[in-house]
Design a protein around this ligand. Structure first.
Ligand code: NAP
Length: 250
């Protein structure tokens, strides 16, 4: 029960990687704030994630809000403090894709990906910064991507957002280190979730051929690293980007 009574906010945790991270923290005794965007199906997904966390010994509450809107991330942090009194870990996991070749990429597809993936993390960190600095403790983990490390054809918006997230991670790590706040990024390769299920089979085959371990990653591969980075065993690690990608980036 490494995270007993620790409060953990995981954005975009109604499904996929975020859900697995939320469940794993819950199984380690954490107070978990589950989040997803406020659209009809999400309420059921958020409730089911919270129910599973409670069954496994954690505490859980959910708040549906859009991380791209600063007033909503302010409300998310306020909600977490009202429910659990402090914030120990923030996982900026919410992310979207709107893939297209750059010649065909619309301005709105560029803007919406940057707004959720990059500005969303900025918003959450800014909303929580005063609380974390007052506490003189906290861990922030940003979900980047190998696309942000090496680029990816058809993902100019997504790669730019994730590369930006890496810059944000390093700057926040430097800025808040004196207050005992760590900030790291995780860069997943190809992980099997709803986000990657929608890719065409030939694209999946091309990715698979370039992965040295010759298989796609699973959500627990990412969650395991996130829990390590959030815990005391990683207390001297900050400002790092760690790839979890079957050897794709070397
Ligand atoms: P996913 O299954 O699509 O889940 C994304 C989550 O984010 C969902 O809960 C989604 O809610 C939520 N979300 C989207 N926009 C949001 C917003 N504006 N505010 C709050 N929540 C929002 O994706 P995933 O594959 O688990 O990916 C999770 C993270 O890992 C993302 O940042 C992604 O870029 C990153 N990543 C994934 C892979 C991969 O191979 N899967 C690889 C590299 C990086 P809705 O369901 O309502 O959209």
């Amino acid at each position: 029960m490494e995270f007993q009574n620790k409060t953990v906010i995981v954005t975009g945790s109604t499904q996929g990687i975020g859900r697995e991270i939320a469940l794993k923290f819950g199984a380690e005794g954490a107070n978990v704030v589950v989040n997803g965007i406020d659209i009809p199906l999400q309420k059921e997904l958020a409730e089911s994630a919270c129910a599973e966390i409670r069954e496994n010994g954690g505490k859980a509450e959910y708040m549906l809000c859009d991380v791209s809107k600063p007033e909503e991330t302010d409300a998310l942090i306020k909600f977490a403090l009202e429910k659990f009194e402090k914030i120990d870990v923030i996982v900026n996991n919410a992310g979207i894709t709107r893939d297209n070749l750059i010649m065909r990429m619309s301005e709105s597809d560029w803007d919406s990906v940057l707004a959720v993936n990059l500005k969303g993390a900025f918003n959450v960190i800014k909303s929580a910064a005063r609380t974390l600095t007052k506490q003189r403790s906290g861990v922030i983990i940003n979900m980047a991507s190998v696309s942000g490390v090496m680029g990816n054809a058809g993902q100019a918006n997504y790669s730019a957002s994730k590369a930006g997230l890496i810059g944000l991670t390093k700057s926040v790590a430097k800025e808040l280190a004196a207050r005992n706040i760590r900030c790291n990024a995780v860069a997943p390769g190809f992980i099997q979730t709803a986000m990657t299920d929608k890719l065409k089979e030939d694209i999946k085959e091309t990715y698979l051929a370039s992965i040295p371990l010759k298989r796609f990653g699973q959500v627990e591969d990412i969650a395991n690293l996130v829990l390590f980075l959030a815990g005391d065993k990683a207390k001297y690690i900050t400002g790092q980007v760690i790839n979890v990608d079957g050897g794709l980036v070397m």
